[in-house]
Design a protein around this ligand. Sequence first.
Ligand code: ATP
Ligand code: MG
Length: 440
Amino acid sequence: MKLSLPPEVSGFMEKMAAAGFAVYVVGGSVRDFLSGKENHDWDFTTDATPEQIMAVFPESFYDNAFGTVGVKMADGEIFEITTFRKEGKYSDRRHPDEVSWGKTVEEDLARRDFTVNAMAMDLKDHLIDPFGGQTDLRNKVIKAVGNPEDRFSEDALRMIRAVRLATQLCFTIDEATFLSIKENASLITKISGERVRDEMTKILSAKYPADGVKLLYNAGLLDYLLPELARGVGMKQPGHHIHDVFTHSLEALRFCKSSSWLVRLATLIHDIGKPATYKEFNGKPTFYNHEVVGAAIAKTIAARWHLSKDDREKLYILVRWHMFTVSELLTDAAIRRFIKRVGKENVADMLDLRIADRLGSGSRETSWRLEQFKDRIIEVQKHIPSVTDLKVNGNDVMQTLGIGPGPKVGKILNKLFEEITENPEKNERDYLLKRAEQLG
Ligand code: ATP
Ligand code: MG
């Protein structure tokens, strides 16, 4: 079957060609195109300089220091087109010290990370594939372009990219490439938290995120990216647990049914406080207060990866309160307290985490207690009490205390309301009048 480029893509390329320039679809777009995936992210490369590209597309904008120009298409989609590059020296393992324009598309392909990402396609659907990308795509292999050693010391982010692409595409990593990652893993500490986060969120969003995290571990990267999690490897757990702490964390992630990368991250690190709180008691491991310590660790991870304020808070909450009890003996007030602590908007995610936690330790998905707890959460939320539910009102308070209207009346009513929120059974007229007297 012969695939051909969609009309808006070839139309775009024809405009560049008509102006006398060489132009190719390149990188991940070619990879996805050849795999028959729907592609929403078209990247191009050309021998035209950014100024020359902008002359062909006057409504375009210059994107960054690497010669990428963004062109807005009729449907609002942005096509990115970058001048052929060849790269100079790297010092911080991420940014080229000098970007010099390349002369040929082959030169541009040679500076790309993996063979499946180092193919280009011209207007006639002719493939330029100097590194055997097509074969590796067929064999589902992520393989560094050229010498992996050099490529990873030029830019250490490529090591996580290898794992990320293997995870997203369900590919394996070529042996020499993998060995080189293992040898160079410590270089990953040179990469900024934001870039690590962007790759980690992609790994966590993939269809099999637990396999991705396991691959990070096998590649030696997890020791640097999430050392607190790697500490759980081989750490025994008592009682109903069938796995060590690390395996349990991975299994919980595997079973997490949320599609949110953040909830998945919380699930992965929910027990991250265990290694730090490990203590043997009567010959048995204990992890007293691990959720408190774990929540503090979650905060440092969130800071390391520069998560947004909302994401940081949510991660903290999900780890901090994951040990909630679901006993049938809980009062409505206790359930209301749980909802308040966790936040109404996080309750469903908190339950997803708990279910993943259960499945990840070899338990059944749910229990009658958990089901009852879920029902009661819904029940309790149907009726959130308000001050008007109080069995006494302002007039009652004024009469009892023999005072006139004023701020004191409101204060006492609020205090009474707080008390009945905690203990709804105390919402009795006689009792409340007595309390008003005491408070007055
Ligand atoms: P996706 O967009 O699906 O996440 P992608 O392969 O398009 O995957 P991008 O980050 O968009 O990934 O990068 C586009 C292309 O740029 C890659 O296919 C690759 O050719 C090249 N590239 C990206 N990052 C690097 C890097 N760190 N080193 C070398 N080449 C890179
Ligand atoms: Mg892309």
